[in-house]
Design a protein around this ligand. Structure first.
Ligand SMILES: [Zn+2]
Length: 139
């Protein structure tokens, strides 16, 4: 006898949110039923495209993306608490790829500015050390 496996159950199966008996039941049905396997596959593909996640909808619409100045202030930690919370939420919970990329970019620039003097010094040191250590060339 075959049990009706709903879309929600499949979703729960993918989320690892079901009990062992439900999982066993679904796996049993999956083995028996080609349409069900196709349904699961479709669901997984949809998830890959992220069409059903809240984050995807936000990303798609960019309803609430942060201007660069705000991300900069966030990096400096000078935002008001509620704005800071919102930025956290947008970046961490929503995981907005667009803003994360922006943020990473700004962080790199900041580090570059900080590290520039140090790097220059290191480079100079390395090149002179290199000169001193290189063995005499034989002809
Ligand atoms: Zn964003």
């Amino acid at each position: 006898m075959s049990v009706l496996i709903t879309r929600e159950m499949l979703a729960g199966y993918l989320d690892d949110a079901l009990g062992e008996s439900d999982i066993a039941q679904i796996e049993q049905e999956l083995r028996k039923s080609e349409p069900l396997r196709q349904q699961l596959q479709k669901l997984m593909q949809e998830r890959d495209r992220g069409e059903h996640s809240v984050g995807a909808i936000w990303r798609r619409q960019r309803l609430s993306c942060l201007p660069r100045e705000q991300l900069g202030s966030f990096l400096l930690g000078v935002l008001d608490d509620d704005v800071q919370d919102y930025v956290q939420f947008h970046l961490k919970t929503i995981g907005c790829a667009y803003c994360l990329a922006n943020l990473a970019d700004m962080q790199t620039q900041q580090q570059d500015a900080d590290g520039q003097v140090k790097k220059r010094r290191k480079k100079y040191y390395q090149s002179s050390a290199g000169l001193l250590q290189s063995p005499p060339k034989k002809k």
